[in-house]
Design a protein around this ligand. Sequence first.
Ligand code: NDP
Length: 683
Amino acid sequence: MRLQSYVAGRWKSGEGRASQLHDASTGALVAEAASGGLDFRAMLDHARDVGGPALRSMTFHERAAMLRALGKRLFGFKDEFYALSHRTGATKGDSWIDIDGGIGTMLVFASKGARELPNSRVYLDGAVEPLSKGGTFVGQHVCVPLEGAAIHINAFNFPVWGMLEKLAPALLAGVPAIVKPATSTSYLTELVVRRIVETGLLPPGALQLICGSVGDLFDHLGCQDIVSFTGSAATAAKLRTHPAVVRNSVRFVAETDSLNSSILGPDAGPESPEFGLFVQEVAREMTVKAGQKCTAIRKALVPEARIADIVAALRAKLAETVVGDPRAEGVRMGPLANLAQRDEVRSRVAELARESELVAGDPEHFEVSGADRARGAFFPPILLLCRDAAKSRAVHRVEAFGPVSTVIGYSNIADAIALARRGEGSLAGSVFTADDDVAAELVLGLAPYHGRVLVVNRHCAKESTGHGSPLAPLVHGGPGRAGGGEELGGVRGVLHYMQRTAVQGTPDVITAVGGRWARGSMERDPGRHPFRKPFHDLAIGDTFNSADREVTVADIERFAALSGDHFYAHMSETEAARNPLFGGRVAHGYFLISAAAGLFVDPGYGPVLGNYGLDNLRFVKPVKPGDRIRVRLTCREKSLRADKGWGEVTWDTEIRNQDGETVASYHVLTMVSVHAVPDAVKE
Ligand code: NDP
């Protein structure tokens, strides 16, 4: 019955007084949790000394492959996770968000890691910054993993997603995690961690778990550790001012409770699709997870003239909600997480009701399906109407963390924005309008106070992911009351776990540090044409200097005829002469790119499999008939796709004229086989 913590590679039972964890519907005891007697300092040491080095020895791509394998394995345990998830009060749909949503998030990070991060251990942030006239002194931002532990403190509402959405970016960055789930639903997190550990896919020390309180863990935090917290603003305030956090400037990311608004546009009358979509979304946000979502809609802002219609429509919609044990047939909304949470929500509703009127639901009288109402943490959907939101305070401050929302009327767009902003920092806002100008005005008005803004209309509604869903590729977090933190957001979320350092020195130093050739670094003689070299033989800096060729009027005309591009600047001397940039006829930029390929390509069959694009193309100086061009092609960056038998090679490419001036600059992206004779790939 007693949950165990996973400490320095061993499952351990905590000692001392335990918290009793109950089934949210039946009140039956599920487990108990205590963390007394655990050595929290040893946990940090294990993460720093064992987990960190193991993860840092892997490249981003290796870590991404590990996450992908883990995500796939976790899907195999879903039935077991779902069965236990019901005990937290989650319906099947709620569990899908938590479990499939959590694993899906991990898989998105796996694929982002493989596609958007290099197959190396250092992430280069941005381009080389020129810092000197002669080019001998330049700068480059590099990101390296923090060498401490990531402390993940999670809320009770998403015991799986809450863990995985933080774990995936941390592991991808190369930072080990110590997970501390909210105690009340930690039995589900414990089960998932057990399955993760059993897969053996994570290196030792990469993941540890605390079931129970964190003891003296915070006293031992240092400057390389990072805390990522989800929960109440009060706990966040307490933890971020912990002496060790303050003394060591421990990075602290917080997602806290916030009041989120959804706005119905002034154009959306009762007959419009947006009106129906708005009603559907508000009702869904109130009832999914029994409204226990940090992103749920607490304020439904509608034009004053639409209040009666919206209240009537929401009342009808909410009446369809069957509350009860999520295991029972037909139940649409489960109980709150526990009785304490139910009592908390009830008292928050009473606070709100002092300034608002109750227009749907009754906290004291409601039906419960398949369970004993007195034993479970049941609470019905409650809709309030605030008639004077400008004067009201509670509706902008009090969060009832349950199936509770308040309808508020607004007079015009500026008023709607002002009312939404009175939440003083929110995780998510949404707008339902078919008028794109209204959408733009609302979005820009909401943006400074919101981490994410969703606009829904008839065109995207079917595919919309909804108001309340944080997504792995987009940032999750918000200013002010929402905690001031930011998570997820693809690679952005990974960088939270890394130190960004500005490195200054010669281009050769920058190349050596980052593993990416910086312009001005040594150009190596490859000994043969670099297109003859298989992936592993290519060295960063291998350079090919082409012969030169003249660009003629005949070239320009032939290219125009072939491509159909007869733009006057290429075709007419008199019109081109009037162009202030050219002052005369010039070659097509795309001809130069093609001619350059003709100059640098080695045509014979060999390890270069293909060219998949150009990056950062700039035409710097026009080329006129009679000019002579030549190309420098330098191996800039290599990234092995080990499972594919080839790697991506980026070539720094410059086309210069007869005076040595750069006329075009770009990166050529190629796939290069690991075999000299690529047929071998198929063997
Ligand atoms: P808490 O802030 O009490 O708990 C959040 C997490 O912090 C839990 O894991 C909790 O552990 C832990 N914690 C609490 N005190 C300490 C401490 N002194 N040191 C270290 N860790 C600590 O929030 P609740 O989960 O109780 O939820 C309360 C409110 O938070 C909700 O009503 C809601 O307003 C908000 N909330 C916000 C969410 C968001 O995503 N922004 C999500 C969920 C809730 P333990 O469980 O052991 O106390």
